[in-house]
Design a binder for this molecule. Structure first.
Ligand code: LLP
Length: 383
């Protein structure tokens, strides 16, 4: 049944490894987001390009009217090329380069999420020189953890991100004095792969406090951006192919006390489930204690297991034989080039097609050329 999800014959004909994207699942996910947003008419989801900037996927996402969350000038250009509206683009990052700031101002992007007063001063100088006004939100460091995934926490005092919430008042006062800065909003992001939506409640409380502060300072904001971070079920991609967007939106509806439009920046939850890294078994190697399946894919196509010990479900698409237990590894000479240990797979033989699931986010986008390996192709199903 699981194997029925994949067009095996088409996949078998291709050179491995490659990324397979299920466009029907991506469209269903985008349709789910759009239909939930009908309940919250002035809310907006920006797709975080860092999760996957494959141009064909970007075009599909842009069709559904999402905004774009960009981390560099390169991502801003990719969003513009794919057809995202410039005023729906937000630009976040602790180290924005001058030329990228200029590109963003020229394109007329909707918002700079500013992470320090030093950056604010530079944006003001560049905007002044260009005769433009930069629309700005302050990214606030709320000193809140995302408890689900310690590696991917971005909202703690020790993290480099954002203006610490205790320093917000001073930053707002400075922004109000700058001629070419329009302070429009506040922005937050506490981490990624958050499955327990209760993790967002302390964040809402902190946002409420920050909004009281901006009210007290007499600033009229246009919106509040609560970041991304919604997790997906890596363990059960077949049973739960879509993130729980409904609960995610509800928690903000319930716990944020504001009439301002709420904006989101979702990456993983939009694209992770629709992507699979398809690879072939090169060798089955008998070790003393383990049997190794050596794939032609490696950490250069999907670094998440090596970098974060992240779990991705692995399936043998071309075998119906009884299951055996394998360590599934890549060919690279790095001891972390392992996709999974003690994985149960239908008996593997050389040439079998192996699917590494939920690889649509932070897979292709984080690929590298290590070992002179070429970037693999992407194959997008036409459903
Ligand atoms: N907005 C900001 C400011 C972010 O830093 C991120 C992700 C997002 C939005 C999108 O978050 P998402 O919805 O995808 O959780 N490479 C790691 C993930 C790092 C995420 C960093 N920031 C991984 O492979 O799990």
């Amino acid at each position: 049944m699981v194997k029925g999800l994949f067009p095996i014959e088409e996949l078998s004909a291709r050179r491995t490894p490659f990324y397979y994207y299920d466009s029907a699942l991506l469209r269903a996910t985008l349709a789910e987001i759009s239909s939930l947003l009908l309940r919250y008419p002035d809310w907006k989801v920006h797709y975080a390009l860092k999760a996957n900037f494959n141009p064909a996927l970007l075009q599909i996402i842009a069709e559904y009217g999402l905004g774009a969350d960009c981390a560099t000038g390169g991502e801003i250009q990719a969003a513009l090329d794919a057809g995202f509206a410039p005023d729906g683009i937000v630009y976040t990052g602790v180290g924005k380069r001058d030329e990228d700031i200029r590109l963003a101002l020229n394109a007329g992007i909707g918002r700079f999420n500013v992470e320090s007063v030093a950056e604010l001063q530079v944006i003001n100088e560049i905007a002044t020189a260009m005769g433009k006004v930069a629309k700005v939100s302050f990214r606030v460091n709320p000193d809140m953890g995302a408890y689900s995934y310690a590696n991917i926490t971005t909202g703690l005092t020790e993290n480099k991100f954002g203006i610490h919430h205790t320093m917000l008042e001073d930053a707002v006062k400075q922004a109000l004095l700058m001629t070419n800065i329009e302070l429009c909003g506040l922005h937050f992001h506490i981490g990624s792969q958050i499955l327990d939506t209760a993790d967002f409640i302390p964040l809402c409380n902190r946002i409420n406090q920050c909004l009281e502060l901006t009210d007290r300072l007499g600033v009229t904001l246009r919106d509040v951006n609560v970041g991304g971070g919604l997790g997906i079920e890596y363990d059960h991609p077949n049973h739960r192919p879509m993130a729980d967007f409904a609960s995610y939106f509800e928690v903000y509806k319930k716990h944020l006390h504001t009439k301002l439009p709420v904006h989101f920046e979702l990456g993983r939850s939009v694209v992770a489930p629709c992507g699979t890294l398809i690879s072939r078994v090169l060798y089955v190697k008998e070790g003393v204690h383990h049997k190794f399946v050596i794939l032609d894919a490696s950490m250069t196509e999907l670094i998440r297991p090596a970098l974060y010990s992240a779990y991705h479900r692995i399936e043998n698409l071309t075998s119906e034989e009884a299951e055996e237990v394998y360590d599934v590894v890549g060919p690279i000479s790095e001891h972390s080039d392992v996709f999974g240990k003690e994985v149960k797979l239908n008996r593997c033989r050389r040439g079998d097609l192996i699917a590494i699931r939920s690889a649509g986010a932070y897979g292709e986008a984080m690929a590298s050329h290590f070992n002179c390996r070429p970037f693999p192709e992407a194959f997008i199903s036409e459903q």
